[in-house]
Design a protein around this ligand. Structure first.
Ligand code: BTN
Length: 281
């Protein structure tokens, strides 16, 4: 475990312009490691004050052959990444934490990878609040606004027939409201649902169930998550538009986690596309 984890009672942060003030996050790293190790032997929990991106760091490590299980938290990311090449913005370095940003790196060998991001979303939503909905394929929503996002990447490691895959599951959760300049809808923040919650508490809530969910996904695939996803599906029965221009009505997920969209040409199975909710009318 990293020895530079900021612990309760550690030095206060220098003042910053962030919207959130309060004590530096306390990271329950040891408790989480102890709870997860029986499931994932050798797992370490690392807390870094700053890095470019927790996903980038674990992908770099994997490329150098380091494919051990790890939960890597960054208090600040200087180059956080979202899906489709987007930037993931979090608070300024030196400001109190307005988001939780971390990645789980784990060797993984599911029979079928389809639906992993949905299973991760189900786990996060269930760990956090009953009012959180899931927007296929990677987002958590509250009140039709984005609360959290998931970015999954994989790298191969090992040689020849022994080659295996290392999954890097990156998660960014908005904890406190932040500026929404240029955004159509301001993002949601977890404190709207859990007033006063701190990043360390959120990490504590989500980390162990996440590892359990990924382990269940590896063994059983998307099946144990399908009904749970559908119960929180933010798009269900809503008019949607796909990035290729197709429009229709969202109809839940297939057994493999694809989005089913009822279109003028019949039911379409969507496996990779941007989906937006069409404004009513
Ligand atoms: C998305 O909404 O497009 C996915 C956002 C994922 C952000 C997280 S923050 C931790 C990890 N590190 C990154 O650079 N990205 C993911």
């Amino acid at each position: 475990m990293s020895t530079d984890s900021p612990l309760p009672g550690g030095p206060p942060l220098p003042g910053g312009d962030g919207e959130v003030t309060g004590p530096r996050a306390a990271w329950p790293a040891e408790a989480i490691r102890d709870a997860v190790v029986p499931l994932l032997p050798g797992l370490t929990v690392e807390i870094l004050p700053e890095i470019d991106s927790t996903n980038s760091e674990l992908m770099r490590r994997a490329r150098y052959g380091r494919a051990e299980p790890v939960l890597l938290v960054a208090e600040h990311q200087s180059a956080g990444r979202g899906r489709l090449g987007r930037v993931w913005l979090s608070g300024q370095r030196g400001a109190a934490l307005s988001s939780l940003t971390f990645s789980l790196g784990v060797p993984l060998a599911p029979a079928d990878w389809s639906g992993l991001s949905l299973a991760v979303g189900v786990s996060l939503a269930e760990s956090l609040h009953q009012s959180i909905r899931l927007k296929w394929p990677n987002d958590l929503w509250f009140d039709d606004r984005k609360l959290a996002g998931v970015l999954i990447e994989t790298a191969s490691f090992g040689e020849g027939s022994g080659a295996r895959r290392y999954a890097v599951i990156g998660i960014g959760i908005n904890i406190a409201a932040r500026e929404a300049a240029g955004m159509a809808r301001p993002p949601a923040a977890l404190r709207e649902l859990l007033p006063g919650v701190q990043a360390g508490e959120v990490f504590s809530r989500v980390a162990v169930p996440l590892v359990q969910a990924v382990s269940a996904f590896e063994r059983f695939g998307f099946a144990p998550f399908q009904a749970r996803f559908n119960a929180r599906d933010a798009l269900r029965d809503r008019a949607v538009a796909l990035s290729d221009g197709t429009t229709g009505t969202a109809h839940g997920t297939s057994d493999a986690g694809a989005l089913l969209v009822h279109t003028a040409d019949g039911m379409k199975t969507v496996t990779s596309s941007e989906v937006s909710v069409r404004p009513a009318g």
